[in-house]
Write a protein that binds this ligand. Sequence first.
Ligand code: HPA
Length: 273
Amino acid sequence: MNEIYNKCLASANYLKSIIDAEDAIGIVLGSGLGELGEEIDNATVIDYKDIPNFPQTTVPGHEGKLIFGYLNGVKVLCMKGRFHFYEGHDMNTIVMYVRVMSLLGIKALILTNAAGGVDRTFKPGTLMLIDDFINFMGENPLTGVNIEEFGTRFPDMTYAIHPEYHDLALQVAKEIGIDLRHGVYMGFKGPSFETPAEIHMAEVLGASAVGMSTVPEFIAARHCGLPAIGISCVTNLAAGITGEALSHEEVQEAADLVKEDFKTLIKAIVAKM
Ligand code: HPA
């Protein structure tokens, strides 16, 4: 059996001995958005360090806890802290949790992140549903021998974003009066923020927001047949748009501003999935 598959299976088997995540909604909480984890009822909290083969996070604002429980009565499996390419992890490590969640039998995955706004009508605090993405990270998590246990060699990406859940998210946002914008997310490797010239390029190429995550996870989710959608929290306008220098502190502060709307929106979407 494939070595990566075996590692994922060992993580999944450990988790299965503690929780039953069959049909749960998987949620990944991006930078500064971790508070949703505190609203999970009947929570079982598992440290990444206790899960066999699981990587460790190194980024402030990414705690490293898996939280299983109920969000307004809906079974959820929540990742507080993800893994990034810029931390030096290889792509298989970055997407490992997606594959483990899939082995646990979750129903769907909601990926969230902090992002820089390229669309000039965005403001810090804008929430953006991801319509599609551009992989500008220079790598693909499916590079190497195909892991047949997960999926096919050449998976489709036309429907990498699950169309029904995507439209449902927009509809739910409208119903509850949250201004949810939508657009294309472009993934950069980081960890330096982009240059103004790179943001100009992103704009020309059709991106509405840029960030340093999420793209590998979408690809791995599609590969293993896991329906996924994504929501970006625009924490700043991207480099060169306002002329201000960017910082991670600013990213966390802006995520703080929108966290109530973000939590309300995720809870409402999860309830309808
Ligand atoms: N660029 C890339 N990633 C980000 C940004 C940005 O401007 N803001 C938050 N994450």
